[in-house]
Write a protein that binds this ligand. Structure first.
Ligand SMILES: Cc1cc2nc3c(=O)[nH]c(=O)nc-3n(C[C@H](O)[C@H](O)[C@H](O)COP(=O)(O)OP(=O)(O)OC[C@H]3O[C@@H](n4cnc5c(N)ncnc54)[C@H](O)[C@@H]3O)c2cc1C
Length: 433
């Protein structure tokens, strides 16, 4: 990998997401050599992916070059690499561009969509975890309308305009709200020769309420907001099959749809070599102690979505969200420096700053420690917080200007089919294709 030898200990971070970048910043200009590896050369601001999928934002406004984040730190090296295996006994990583020795290793690989082993669903539905996936979804949505114009077949047209979103967490709720706004504000103007009143947006939740990690008040209000926008919410319905045309469920309800978005689960992005059963908990997350140290593996740490720190307050680990990831990254940075100075490490304590979700224009829900609010003020808070945490002044400006423009004009101008969507079956075994 052409990384020079150094007299300083080498800390290798896998993943330039919220956790990895927060850690990297803490180690800047310190007496350590830091190597950051990521399979993308950019950091993705995942909370706004749904806006890329629905033409509200261009992808480059929610991505930021990792090299630019680290450009002022002489003790840093970035390599565009996918880590394939960790050989702990040799303290070596195997990647698609070569091998690399580490003194200390930090896993910050985040999570990936969890289809719970259902290959049929995985093959036929759309995920929304990365920018390429969001662009695929954007293309598919727009291609569906172009196709709906061409068909004389009534059922086919309805299926092309029927969107099924599985998962009533923030991702599903935000996507459903954005699609409903497109139906209302954009489709009638873009497709005057199509009966866009027949567009359906179905949000399916296996439990008895959406946004189940938030307060009951927030769930109820989000439900009211979605229903006022015309989204149909299906609770206590569990999707079992989707063959690309028909969505089947455990109940007797089925949907004819050309688009199923799977937002019903994530699992940690674990890596071969560190995926032994005794290292993992539910959802593939790595068991870590209060110092983010992987149990039993000296010098190996995990932070963010991939880490599961079981505490009294969070017996199933911290929520797989940006705040715990950033806080763990910063905390581990301090701890590693303390450790290298032979000082005792300090246990991690999560400061819960609350959670929020938006449903659409003037409609959001916010839960804070002793405060719950909904509606237009919550929406402004949601926008402010997202702008604040975006990386890069240009990105903040571009997103802000886009939001103001979209608000005034009721528009989403990034509704472009830049790269037509084609299903990729290469990841499946021959018998599953
Ligand atoms: C659609 C969506 C909406 C969300 N909305 C919110 C929200 O509103 N609020 C909130 O708090 N959280 C939200 N989240 C969750 C939040 O984005 C994650 O909790 C957060 O990104 C976790 O940070 P992380 O650093 O652990 O992982 P990530 O940010 O996912 O970063 C992991 C990095 O590791 C890299 N990587 C993975 N495997 C490898 C490998 N083998 N080799 C090299 N590189 C690798 C990836 O390319 C990636 O850059 C959302 C997530 C999604 C998908």
């Amino acid at each position: 990998m052409n990384i020079p030898k150094s007299s300083y200990p080498r800390i290798v971070i896998i993943g330039g997401g919220f956790a990895g970048i927060a850690l990297a910043k803490k180690l800047s200009n310190k007496e350590v050599q830091v190597v950051l590896l990521d399979k993308h050369n950019y950091h993705t601001f995942q909370p706004l992916l749904y806006q890329v999928s629905t033409g509200g934002l261009e992808p480059d406004s929610i991505a930021y070059p990792i090299r630019k984040i680290l450009k002022d730190y002489p003790n840093f090296f970035f390599r565009l690499a996918e880590v394939q295996q960790v050989v702990y006994a040799d303290k070596t990583l195997i990647t698609n561009i070569g091998t690399l020795h580490f003194d200390y290793l930090v896993l910050a690989t985040g999570s990936e969509t969890n289809f719970f082993g259902n290959t049929e669903l995985q093959k036929n539905s759309m995920a929304m975890k990365t920018i390429p996936q969001s662009l695929n979804l954007r293309s598919l949505i727009l291609e569906n309308f172009e196709q709906a114009l061409l068909t004389d077949e009534y059922h086919e047209r309805d299926a092309l305009m029927n969107f099924v979103i599985v998962g009533g967490g923030p991702t599903g709720v935000e996507l459903a709200g954005a699609l409903a706004e497109i139906k209302k504000g954009i489709l009638p103007k873009d497709y005057p020769d199509l009966d866009t009143r027949r567009v359906q947006i179905n949000l399916i939740q296996s439990g008895d309420r959406i946004l189940k990690e938030m307060s009951e008040k927030a769930s109820q209000k989000a439900e009211d907001f979605l229903e006022s926008l015309g989204v149909q919410i299906w609770k206590n319905v569990r999707v079992t099959h989707y063959d690309g045309k028909t969505v089947s469920t455990k109940s007797d309800v089925t949907f004819e749809s050309a688009t199923l978005v799977w937002a019903a689960g994530v699992k940690a992005a674990s890596i071969k070599g560190l995926d032994a059963e005794d290292l993992l908990t539910a959802g593939n997350r790595m068991k870590v102690n209060e110092f983010n140290q992987v149990e039993g593996l000296e010098g190996v740490f995990a932070i963010g979505d991939v880490a599961c720190m079981q505490t009294e307050d969070s017996p199933r680990g911290h929520a797989m969200m940006a705040q715990p990831a950033m806080q763990q990254g910063r905390h581990l940075g301090d701890n590693l420096l303390r450790f290298l100075e032979n000082k005792p490490m300090r246990p991690f304590a999560y400061k819960d700053k609350g959670s929020m979700a938006t449903v659409g224009r003037n409609k959001a829900v916010v839960d804070m420690k002793n405060m719950h609010f909904q509606g237009i003020f919550a929406w402004f808070v949601w926008m402010f917080v997202h702008l604040f945490f975006l990386i890069g002044f240009r990105n903040r400006m571009v997103v802000f200007v886009n939001w103001v423009y979209n608000y005034i004009r009721f528009d989403r101008e990034a509704r472009l089919i830049i790269r037509p969507y084609q299903r990729d079956y290469s990841q499946f075994k021959e018998e599953d294709k």
